[in-house]
Design a protein around this ligand. Sequence first.
Ligand code: ATP
Ligand code: MG
Length: 252
Amino acid sequence: MALSTDSSLTPNGARSYSVDIRELSFHWRGQTSPVIDIPLLQIPPAQRVFLHGPSGSGKSTLLSLLAGVHTPQHGRIEIHQHRLNELSQSRRDRFRADYIGYIFQQFNLLPFLDLIHNVTLACEFSAKRRQYLAEHNKSARDEASRLLTRLSIAPELHHRAASQLSVGQQQRVAAARALIGAPALVIADEPTSALDADSREDFLQLLFEECAATKSTLVFVSHDSTLASMFDRSVSLLDINRAATAATRGVS
Ligand SMILES: Nc1ncnc2c1ncn2[C@@H]1O[C@H](COP(=O)(O)OP(=O)(O)OP(=O)(O)O)[C@@H](O)[C@H]1O
Ligand SMILES: [Mg+2]
């Protein structure tokens, strides 16, 4: 029998996914109709996915479910063979710190900490990320500095408090924090909204290069459909989320 070189196949020949969602349904507390109702979404390891849809169609909500920040009422979310629904809250938090680099729509930087510390914080919560850096003979501080510089944040800014940066700079610090320590899945929620067109493409190229170097999967949300062609795959929430389709048709 020929051996497959497909990295998304497990040793027993089954296909493995970075993200594997089945019959997923989620509604916010106090609401009866779901905002997320997705029968199937499978993303192979290392794929770069562009996720788009109108404002309010559930993009950020879906990302928060992928990261285990919220739990669905029904269905299954598997991230790198870990079923999020089956983990306790504390194990889910640890799993997120180890496996997921999350660039939040509102960045979630700590305003009073300097940039290096904001980035290395991701390693303080994750033994797996610290181990990755140790295996590659990198200190967290040096790697934070490398990533910030790669993202065009000049070294003289690295010891400034995050609150003293422009919005576009803060977005790039949030990206460095997501990438440090090579998480298996990088989730980016509108990370380029404050950047001009040239910086946006530069930023994306860097994100792609860093994700390729660590074989990380990338799920990237943006309103800017001109970016879609740079990705391996483009997914519309209107196509996969029955709740978003119903909402845009005015069906409850
Ligand atoms: N914390 C919350 N509590 C209750 N409802 C919420 C909450 N966050 C979002 N929603 C609702 O869920 C729906 C989807 O919101 P979501 O933020 O996921 O949309 P989005 O596609 O990311 O929009 P945008 O493009 O504007 O960021 C919206 O109707 C929103 O009002
Ligand atoms: Mg959003």
